[in-house]
Design a protein around this ligand. Structure first.
Ligand code: NAP
Length: 467
């Protein structure tokens, strides 16, 4: 029997999800010179790169350039892209195990966290997950509609997603029109009546999770003014101490201080930071949001961190839209083990752990947010993926031949063809990409994205028929 990972018997790997963590895993596998690999990358959507296409804000085209790194990996002759294939629906976990030696789940965190307060399901109360997906033309949100007839909006949370959402709501429509924002969102932004965006942080300015660069960008929006109350910048001793070894917090504080000194420019849209407040109720009339009740907090040291503790003093903010940007959440994936508390697949450095069968070497791995939780920037996934791939490589000598199934990449193609699944290859995607870019060119935009999967598949069919 030949050794797995050699040219006679390459290591067959399935990567489920083509977002940054999955693609960095592919790149790390290709980098190993002692290993012969054959990698299939699955994505439930016809377009690759997940969060880069559907999560990164449309006005952050530079961040999207990371897709060039991923292009290099996906066009390598050892790699295939199988888009429009949903693992769990079109192909089962058991089939993956039969046809691949190792499987890497790189599915990210697709859901949002909820505040768990009354009124969260009123109309006008939405999650940033859906709002971001909507303005980025994610096909799941093709039928969504978020009217922006509101004058005052609350954004809950002070992480980078809250910055993205606030910036998108505050930016002049002429600037957004130069991006690849979805047409549906652009139309709404044209009609937008938003005048004030309240960013609600449950802790203080030193605990803001946003990066200084993202915060700074908010201050540079033409026609918008960021407002900070100087009283909110008086620090408690614990926050003062925390500043010492946190460069990013020091930089943020410097920006907040500068902003707090500015005089009011009444004609401008306002982005108003409010610190030490937690929403306790979203108030509504006839099913629609009319306000958010917040409770004022104080900071309380705990062994882990400075926690927000409610004081009982509340205030009603008359907003008519509430966007919660309080973090993402990975859902249970297939029948894999799931850590309910951390909302991740339990793992040790990427190797999936079966809590009731600790001795089992599973041949299944995780990378990215489903491995470590929804934290870090795109680049964080590079090291994270490398760690998982190191474990995969360590496990190769213990792998057993799975029979014929793992030797023939065409076996999976046959299963999918029998099931009538239209697999979108990377070459197919490039043709769609060209169409999107050409549509954008006419309008001075980087691209106009297809809003629906069906449209992508129909266009492909037309292109195939035409060539
Ligand atoms: P995040 O950085 O974890 O921020 C979540 C925010 O929500 C925090 O301010 C948190 O406050 C607050 N929060 C959580 N639960 C809350 C509750 N029950 N009530 C009130 N506030 C609550 O998450 P994120 O903004 O979703 O970002 C996810 C990751 O993607 C981050 O690593 C981020 O840097 C990254 N990202 C990067 C970019 C970029 O580089 N351009 C853009 C978008 C996202 P506490 O601190 O008090 O918990």
């Amino acid at each position: 029997m030949t050794r797995i990972g050699t040219s006679e018997h390459p290591l067959r790997v399935a990567v489920v999800g083509s977002g940054p963590s999955g693609m960095y895993a592919v790149a790390a596998l290709l980098d190993d010179e002692d290993l012969e690999v054959s990698v299939d990358v699955f994505d439930r959507l016809p377009a690759p790169y997940g969060l880069v296409r559907y999560g990164v804000a449309p006005d952050h085209q530079k961040i999207k350039l990371v897709s060039r790194v991923f292009d290099k990996a996906i066009t390598d002759e050892r790699v295939r892209f199988l888009g429009n294939v949903e693992v769990g629906t079109d192909l089962s976990r058991e089939e993956l195990k039969r046809h691949y030696h190792q499987i890497v789940y790189a599915v990210g965190a697709q859901s949002d966290r909820s505040l768990g307060i009354p009124g969260e399901d009123l109309e006008g109360s939405i999650s940033s997950t859906e709002f971001v997906a909507w303005y980025n033309s994610h096909p799941d949100l093709a039928d969504a509609h978020y009217p922006l007839h509101h004058e005052r909006v609350a954004v809950v949370g002070i992480g980078n997603v809250a910055m993205d959402v606030s910036r998108m709501l505050a930016k002049p429509v002429e600037e957004l029109a130069k991006t690849d924002i979805s047409d549906a969102a652009l139309e709404e932004m044209e009609r937008s009546r938003v005048r004030e965006i309240d960013v609600l942080a449950r802790r203080g300015p030193v605990q803001a999770k946003c990066s200084p660069a993202e915060l700074k960008e908010l201050t540079e929006i033409p026609g918008a003014q960021v407002v900070v109350d100087p009283g909110d910048l008086e620090l408690d001793p614990a926050s003062e101490a925390a500043l010492e070894d946190d460069r990013s917090a020091r930089k943020n504080l410097e920006i907040f201080r500068e902003l707090s000194e500015a005089s009011d420019e009444p004609e401008k849209r306002k982005i108003r930071f409010r610190f030490l407040v937690s929403p306790v109720e979203i108030v509504g009339e006839e099913g629609e949001v009319t306000g958010v009740r917040v409770e004022h907090n104080v900071l309380e040291p705990t062994p882990e961190r400075l926690r927000a503790r409610g004081t009982g003093r509340t205030e009603l903010l008359p907003v008519t839209m509430v966007v919660r940007a309080i973090g993402y959440r990975s859902e249970r994936l297939l029948d894999l083990p799931y850590d309910e508390r951390r909302a991740i697949v339990p793992n040790l450095e990427g190797r999936i752990l079966h809590p009731d069968r600790p001795e089992e070497v599973s041949r299944e791995y995780v990378v990215g947010w489903v491995k470590r939780g929804p934290t870090g920037l795109i680049g964080t996934n590079k090291l994270d993926a490398r760690e998982t791939v190191e474990k995969m490589v360590e496990d190769v000598p213990g792998l057993e031949d799975q029979g014929d199934g793992d030797r023939d990449p065409a076996a999976v193609d046959r299963i999918l063809a029998d099931r009538g699944v239209t697999v979108v290859s990377y070459d197919d995607w490039k043709r769609l990409d060209e169409v999107e870019v050409a549509q954008g060119e006419e309008l001075g935009r980087p691209r106009v994205k297809f809003p629906r999967v069906e449209e992508m598949l129909e266009t492909l069919e037309e292109l195939r028929a035409g060539s």
